[in-house]
Design a protein around this ligand. Structure first.
Ligand SMILES: [Zn+2]
Ligand SMILES: [Zn+2]
Length: 169
């Protein structure tokens, strides 16, 4: 994902990239193509790029263990400067120093990094996923198991106690 900057005029420029997850050397959980839109703004001091990334990931729900696929987006921006004296004027996380005679900027590594950063701490197939019953393992999104009934209905327990007593006599 290279942007040619030789003899680029000042002002705004737009770029689109599509590359496979293999090209970006992403882990196996990612699949398909990664789409990247870039808005580049060149001034006499710097080149600023605003990058929007779209990619796909195989996920496993933390609650019900179901596998599902999700498309997600992430965005970042980066300043490119060639005068290292000016580096302190920028937040160090979003500035890259390039050579004055550099022909292109390669955004592949940054795109890869921001895809990895977009992986959520929690994976849920849906916000209100009911998860699995801790006793019988039933997926509670699809059926209410009997374990839950026993736990919440004291009358059921009382009845069972009654039956047990009878059989004991
Ligand atoms: Zn789930
Ligand atoms: Zn159960």
């Amino acid at each position: 994902m290279k942007i040619k900057i030789t003899s680029l005029s000042e002002g705004r420029h737009f770029y689109n990239f599509t590359e496979s997850v293999e090209f970006l050397e992403l882990p196996n959980e990612f699949f398909g193509n990664v789409h990247v839109n870039v808005l580049l703004e060149k001034t006499k001091d710097h080149i600023l790029i605003k990058v929007s990334i779209n990619a796909n990931r195989h996920c496993e729900c933390d609650r019900c263990l179901r596998e599902y696929d999700r498309s997600f987006t992430n965005e970042y921006h980066m300043f490119y400067i060639s005068d290292i004296q000016n580096k302190k004027l920028y937040n160090e996380d979003v500035v890259t120093v390039i050579r004055k005679d550099q022909d292109y900027i390669d955004i592949s590594n940054d795109v890869r990094e921001y895809i990895l950063l977009s992986v959520p701490m929690k994976n849920l197939c849906k916000e209100d996923c009911q998860g699995l019953c801790p006793r019988c393992g039933s997926d509670l999104n699809f059926r209410q198991c009997i374990c839950e009934t026993e736990k919440v209905d004291p009358r059921w327990l009382a009845l069972k106690g009654l039956l047990n007593n009878k059989s004991g006599n």
